[in-house]
Design a protein. Structure first.
Length: 472
């Protein structure tokens, strides 16, 4: 063996340690390999966005407060598009490289594990995919304004981010827009600032941990309507000015819903709630945290149903507990969002219309899933169906079979244990993340029953199990 000098050995070992200190460029989600990043934990995002609606562009500065969870010689953020003007760590400019939606930052010296630091990135340009009206693309401009809907990983299309629900953070978002546009976002409006060039800045503080896909920016000619519930919770809604009166009727049961859901889920988890009605029709609604998002079609295109289309409103409100406060640990666990929110619709029907209406809905859902034409699929088994993964993630089984799973559980363990399970689960994992196994563990703990075979059939087997208590 050739002898190597001590100096060279030291240099080689030092280079190896430096190379091994790079943070992972993915967080470990097997449904979406490559999204999210490892090696650090974001604590807070401070976003300053100047929006030019005529050009469809933004000029922005993102300040990101981070704690390292390992030594870092380099680490990644998810960030797609834009011209980057500068990248700094603790105020000092650093090198970076880009590959598709991965932005790799290279600090000038090793960041040690548990060290806190701040990344500042100045950037400008037109957000990618900004003309695609979906729930997955992030920043979308339409004729009358802008909305942001990012599930599952569209946040990277408008700010640098660790784009996975496992890394929640708090947010300060300042949005500067030309008058008479109004800019709404998550949390509380803490300041407005008027400028000489006929623009106005809106400053929003979101104090609770938030998954990146639940962060929103809404810009349009809105009328803000606000009031307090009997328990003192602030409700603030943003409605297009031309339909604000009708929208107020559509959402008039929000405080009643919150009061009811608190009896079955536990205390509402945030300090504010409300709805934003985007000034264009949408094919979806989204539970953006503290400010659920709907298209104007919920108000104007469902003729005769202005006071009866409450199911989707109940669905997005239920998400504030299940999906927002408790977020999925991986996208494999999406039924913990959508199955629970769909069951929230059933509970609201039961509360307002009665058990017979609830059971009719359950029977209809069961029949729709149990037909030869419907491709049955387990809702927590490995792998996604082939095709467009984003849309297959939200297949009908996740919603309907997820809700039926919860109702079958309720019938198995009884109402008292079932609602204790929901409240315990909501409290235990509040402001964090949970897996399917976490929920199963809570269900078995509270019920005192071995439910492994029950959940195996409902969540992991292809064939839809029976609900004998209902003759299904």
């Amino acid at each position: 063996m050739r002898k190597v000098s001590l100096w060279l050995m030291i240099m080689l070992c030092g280079s190896l340690i430096w190379a091994q200190s790079e943070g992972s460029d993915e967080i470990g989600d097997d449904f979406y390999p490559g999204i999210g990043n490892g090696g650090y934990d974001v604590q807070h995002y401070d976003l300053d966005l100047e929006v030019d609606l005529s050009r469809g562009s933004i000029n922005a500065v993102a300040q990101i407060g981070i704690i390292a969870t390992q030594d870092l010689s380099a680490f990644n953020l998810d960030f797609n598009g834009f011209t980057i003007e500068s990248v700094r760590i603790d105020g000092v400019e650093v090198d970076y490289r880009r590959a598709q939606a991965e932005l790799t930052l290279i600090p000038n010296e090793l960041i040690e594990s548990e060290q806190t630091f701040e990344v500042t990135i100045a950037y400008q340009g037109i957000p990618p995919n900004s003309q695609n009206p979906t729930f997955a693309e992030g920043w979308v401009q339409y004729r009358r304004g802008i909305y942001v809907a990012s599930e599952p990983a569209g946040a990277r299309n408008w700010y640098p981010v660790n784009d996975h629900p496992l890394d929640k953070a708090t947010y300060t978002i300042k949005i500067t827009v030309p008058e008479p546009y109004v800019a709404a976002s998550n949390g509380l409006l803490v300041d407005t600032q008027d400028h000489e060039n006929d623009t106005r800045s809106y400053v929003w503080e979101n104090f609770e941990p938030t998954a990146s896909y639940l962060v929103t920016v809404q810009i349009a000619e809105f009328e803000m309507q606000s009031y307090y519930t009997e328990d003192g919770l602030l409700i603030r809604n943003f409605f297009p000015v031309d339909i604000a009166e009708d929208a107020e009727i559509t959402f008039s049961q929000t405080d009643e819903m919150i009061a009811y859901f608190e009896t079955v889920f536990g205390p509402y988890p945030f300090e504010v709630y409300g709805a934003v009605v985007v000034n264009t029709s949408l094919s979806f609604a989204l539970e953006t945290q503290t400010l659920s998002m709907f298209g104007r079609d919920i108000v104007v295109e469902q003729s005769g149903r202005r006071t009866g289309n409450q199911g989707i409103i109940a669905h997005e409100l239920t998400h504030q507990w299940f999906g927002n406060s408790i977020s999925p640990a991986t996208w494999r666990d999406i039924w913990l969002n959508e199955g629970f929110a769909t069951y929230g619709e059933l509970l609201w029907v039961e509360h307002t219309l009665g058990v017979s209406d609830r059971d009719e809905m359950i029977s209809n859902w069961y029949a729709s899933l149990n037909t030869p034409d419907f491709i049955q699929s387990p809702i927590a088994a490995p792998g996604l169906p082939p095709g467009n993964e984003i849309y297959n993630l939200f297949n009908a089984s996740v919603y309907l079979r997820g809700a039926l799973t919860l109702h079958a559980l309720r019938l198995n363990v009884g109402d008292a244990a079932f609602f204790r399970i929901l409240r315990t689960y909501a409290a235990r994992y509040a402001y964090g993340n949970a897996t399917t196994e976490d929920f199963i563990q809570v269900a078995q703990e509270i019920s005192g029953m071995n439910l492994q075979s029950f959940f195996q059939g409902w969540l992991y087997e292809k064939k839809l199990p029976p609900i004998p208590q209902m003759g299904l």
